[in-house]
Design a protein around this ligand. Structure first.
Ligand code: FAD
Length: 341
């Protein structure tokens, strides 16, 4: 069989990292990224990009932990290299604070991040409304720079990128041997997945270079995540809302909540409002499927539905998707050698 042609649909963090893993694990493949939008116009560009996992109720915890660990290890190595600033990857220390002690004092990811420990009474004095807290160091991706860095890596490995809206995965069957679906919330329409729903998120990106530590309220709704150039203030979570228009009431609410955690933010400048739709599902859809029409078959690998935690697990899920692409190639090679007999 000639070099397999693989189309990856989607150019958010999931599509780009999946295309890179496929190109790395299958150098003989010809990989193309097809997407109707590229950075800076994807959901991934809106994200804060913090490595703090979101829990997927439909996925075993040991699998989620493995995805997170692989992602952390991969980004930690970048943060410790000369590429760190261009890739927008950096370590950040801070606190997750709770008004009431959580049931689970040790989250499953506590031994993956660095230096996880309960906060001391002295530290908690910074947060008079909170009774319990956890201090740790994690990684943050500055989103547009990281996506551009991934695109640059892809081009360097010979992966081509085309702007194209795919109406139906089957339309790719005559041009490609394997299709990888990384369409994020776009998969709702692309493959009619009714289990996939948007959770609208609004954030503010502000100039406040004196804020160096992250602060996250344990309810996950209010957070302050300092990046290399801007601080992300969040947020909102509106299930089933498809609106991409900023809501001025939400902007005020986010700003006031963040200022109550970090009063110095009252001096923040150049406030920009961003909205994104988290592609949410009970579990990430990471599986093979074979589409078939009139005896013609098209192997597909799905990798979408990362909800509120796509950055935290992207490398782990990309590796698994690349492994599934390897299985598709082996199956195609098996059927082409059987056909020759
Ligand atoms: P997207 O970035 O939406 O990419 C999908 C791609 O598919 C796009 O390029 C789109 O153009 C393309 N596409 C869709 N349909 C088609 C089609 N029919 N044909 C061709 N192309 C198509 N996660 C974290 O881990 N940490 C965080 O701190 C964090 N903060 C967040 C804050 C907010 C406000 C939001 C909204 C999300 C946050 N997330 C965070 C979640 C994270 O952003 C997502 O999980 C992640 O971006 C999903 O990536 P994706 O590549 O699947 O989707």
């Amino acid at each position: 069989m000639a070099a397999p042609k693989v189309a990856v649909v989607g150019a958010g963090v999931i599509g780009l990292s999946t295309a890179l893993c496929i190109a790395e694990t299958c150098p003989s493949c010809s990989v193309m990224v097809l997407s109707d939008q590229f950075s800076p116009n994807t959901t991934s560009d809106v994200a804060a990009g913090m490595l703090i996992p979101h829990t997927y109720p439909g996925t075993p915890i040991h699998v989620q932990k493995q995805w997170f660990k692989e992602t952390f290890t991969y980004l930690f190595a970048i943060s410790n290299s000369a590429e760190a600033s261009e890739a927008g990857i950096h370590l950040v220390s801070g606190w997750q604070v709770f008004k009431n002690t959580p049931k689970e004092e040790l989250p499953f990811w506590s031994d993956v991040v660095l230096g996880f420990r309960p906060m001391s009474e002295a530290e908690l004095q910074k947060f008079p409304q909170h009774r319990f807290g956890q201090a740790f160091t994690t990684l943050k991706c500055d989103c547009p720079p990281y996506l551009l860095w991934l695109e640059k890596r892809l081009k360097a490995t010979g992966v081509q990128m085309y702007t194209r809206k795919v109406a139906d995965l089957w339309e790719l069957h005559s041009e490609y041997n394997i299709v990888v679906n990384c369409a994020g919330i776009g998969a709702h329409q692309l493959v009619g997945d009714e289990k996939l729903f948007p959770v609208r998120g609004q954030v503010l990106k502000v100039h406040a270079p004196w804020v160096k530590n992250f602060i996250r309220d344990g309810d996950g709704l209010t957070y302050i995540y300092p990046g290399i150039h801007r601080v992300t203030l969040g947020g909102t979570r509106e299930k089933e809302s498809w609106s991409l228009s900023p809501d001025p009431g939400a902007t005020k609410g986010i700003f006031d909540r963040c200022c109550s955690l970090e009063p110095s933010l009252r001096g923040a400048q150049d406030i920009k409002v961003k909205v994104g739709l988290r592609p949410s599902r009970q579990c990430v859809r990471l599986q093979r499927e074979v589409l078939s029409q009139g005896g013609v078959k098209l192997p597909v690998v799905h990798n979408y539905g990362h909800g509120a935690g796509g950055f935290s697990v992207h490398r782990g899920t990309a590796k698994e998707a690349a492994r599934l692409v390897g299985e598709c190639i082996a199956a195609l090679q098996g059927s082409s050698s059987r056909a020759k007999l």
